[in-house]
Ligand binder design. Structure first.
Ligand code: HEC
Length: 120
């Protein structure tokens, strides 16, 4: 009986450790697929989700930068300002202004998208 309880406790402890490790090794942001990122599927929804388009849209977009169309986003993607601002790189205005930085996976996806030529 003692042994069975001992085994049961060991199993519970091991199971607990296993779950801890799994969470540490693969947190929800740990697996980030940066392949085949497109403007339509990933970049545009992220710009919307993080509130970028609320300032950078309409007839008088902030900083004279519109982020509501592919052609406009492509310009700041290729001149380095998009990645510089979302990554909070030195020399760029950190974005989203007054908001939380984009999560690391989203930033990595956008970087991969820019590096691959910013396809639509
Ligand atoms: C609250 C309004 C606001 C939000 C939200 C916002 N921006 Fe901006 N953004 C500005 C303003 C204003 C400027 C002009 C520069 C400055 O004042 O910092 C700017 C400048 C920029 C620039 C030019 C940066 C540079 O250094 O030349 C880029 C690129 C940019 N924003 C992208 C974004 C992206 C991407 C998001 C979302 C992650 C975002 N912005 C969210 C207001 C905003």
């Amino acid at each position: 009986m003692k042994n069975i309880i001992g085994i049961a406790i060991s199993v519970l402890i091991l199971a607990g450790c296993y779950r801890d490790n799994e969470e540490t090794l693969y947190p929800s942001t740990g697996t980030c697929d940066v392949s085949n990122v497109t403007y339509q599927q990933t970049v545009a929804p992220a710009l919307q989700q993080y509130g970028c388009t609320s300032c950078h849209g309409g007839s008088a977009p902030s900083g004279n930068i519109s982020l509501t169309s592919y052609d406009a986003v492509r310009i700041v993607a290729l001149n380095g300002k998009l990645y510089g601002s979302i990554n909070h790189s030195a020399g760029y205005s950190p974005m989203p202004k007054g908001g939380n930085k984009m999560n690391a996976c989203t930033i990595n996806k956008i970087k991969a998208w820019v590096d691959a030529g910013a396809v639509n």
